[in-house]
Design a protein around this ligand. Structure first.
Ligand code: NI
Length: 274
C-alpha cells in the first residue's frame, strides 16, 4: 500500500475535514503516513495524531523557519517528544535560505543540534533544504554517521548532488513536483536514482501533483506521483508503490520498532509549553 513518508495533517488546512480524510485513506490504498512536525506546536499536534490513528507515525522537529522558538528548555521538551512511542524520526530540520526567516548561523546551529539528537536517540533524520545546497551537504558530511538514515525531503537540487547523497546511503523524498511539466531536474534525478533510494511523499497540504496542482494536497494524490515516477523508471505504478513502501518502512525502522516495543516513554509527564 501507499506509504506517505512526509505529511502535515496537523496543518490548519485540514481543520474542517481532517477526521473525514484520515479515516478514508485506507480505502484509497494509503497504508501508512508519517506526520512531520515543523515546529514545537506542530510536533505536539503530531504526537496527538499518532495516538489517535494506528496508521500514523510521527516525526518531531523544528523547521529552519521556526528555529527562533528553540532554546535549551524547549529543546529538552523536543527531546522528550522524540521518546514518545510512535515518534520515528527527527524532523523536519535543515536550512532554508529561500525564506531566510532566521539567520544562517542560527539555522545551522539548530540543524546540527537536531542531528545530534537523532544520533543520541538512534533516529532517522528528515532534512528540509531550500536554496542551501552547499551548506546542507557540508553539514551532513561533517555530521555523517553510518547508523543514522537521512532523507532529503522534497529533493530539489541537481542530479549530481543526488548521486552524492545516494553514495552516502541517503534517501530522496519525491512528491508532487515530479508531475510538473517544468520539473526537468527532478525528473532527471528520479531517472538516475535507484528506486530503492526513493521515498514517496506529499508534503500535504502543499505541493499537490498534477492534475490538482495548486489545490490542497492529501495522501490520496500520491497515486499520481507514483505514476509519474513509474513512467520515468519504466516500471509499473504498483512496483513503485511496493518498493517505496518497503524503503519507507526500512528508513523509519517500523518493523524493527515493533519487535523492540520501546518502553522508555513517559507520555504526558513533560512540561506543557504549547
Ligand atoms: Ni514538510
Amino acid at each position: 500500500m501507499i506509504f506517505d513518508s512526509h505529511a502535515h495533517y496537523d496543518d490548519r488546512a485540514f481543520d474542517e475535514d481532517r477526521e473525514e480524510i484520515l479515516s478514508s485513506l485506507g480505502k484509497d490504498g494509503v497504508g501508512t503516513v508519517v506526520n512531520v512536525g515543523s515546529g514545537l506546536p506542530g510536533t505536539k499536534r503530531t504526537v496527538g495524531l499518532t495516538r489517535r490513528y494506528s496508521f500514523i507515525y510521527g516525526a518531531a522537529g523544528v523547521h529552519p523557519d521556526e528555529v527562533g522558538e528553540l532554546n535549551e528548555e524547549t529543546f529538552a521538551w523536543l527531546r522528550e517528544q522524540c521518546l514518545q512511542e510512535k515518534i520515528v524520526a527527527v524532523g523536519e530540520t535543515g536550512l532554508d535560505y529561500y525564506w531566510n526567516r532566521e539567520n544562517h548561523e542560527v539555522q545551522k546551529k539548530w540543524f546540527i543540534r537536531q542531528i545530534a539528537l537523532a544520533k543520541e536517540l538512534s533516529l532517522p533524520v528528515i532534512v528540509h533544504s531550500r536554496e542551501a545546497a552547499t551548506d546542507t551537504m557540508e553539514i551532513l558530511k561533517q555530521e555523517y554517521s553510518p547508523h543514522i538514515p537521512v532523507v532529503i525531503h522534497c529533493y530539489s537540487y541537481s542530479p549530481e548532488m543526488a548521486r552524492e547523497y545516494v553514495k552516502m546511503g541517503y534517501y530522496l523524498g519525491v512528491g508532487g513536483v515530479v508531475t510538473f511539466k517544468n520539473a526537468k531536474k527532478l525528473k532527471e534525478t528520479v531517472q538516475e536514482t535507484p528506486l530503492e533510494r526513493l521515498l514517496l511523499e506529499t508534503d500535504c497540504p502543499y505541493l499537490a501533483p498534477e492534475p490538482f496542482r495548486g489545490k490542497r494536497n492529501d495522501s490520496r494524490n500520491l497515486i499520481y506521483t507514483a505514476k509519474a515516477v513509474a513512467e520515468l523508471k519504466g516500471v509499473t505504478p504498483e512496483a513503485v508503490i511496493e518498493i517505496t513502501e518497503k524503503n519507507a518502512r526500512c528508513f523509519y525502522r517500523l518493523d524493527r520498532r515493533r519487535q523492540n516495543d520501546r518502553t522508555d516513554t513517559n507520555a504526558g509527564e513533560s512540561p506543557e509549553y504549547y
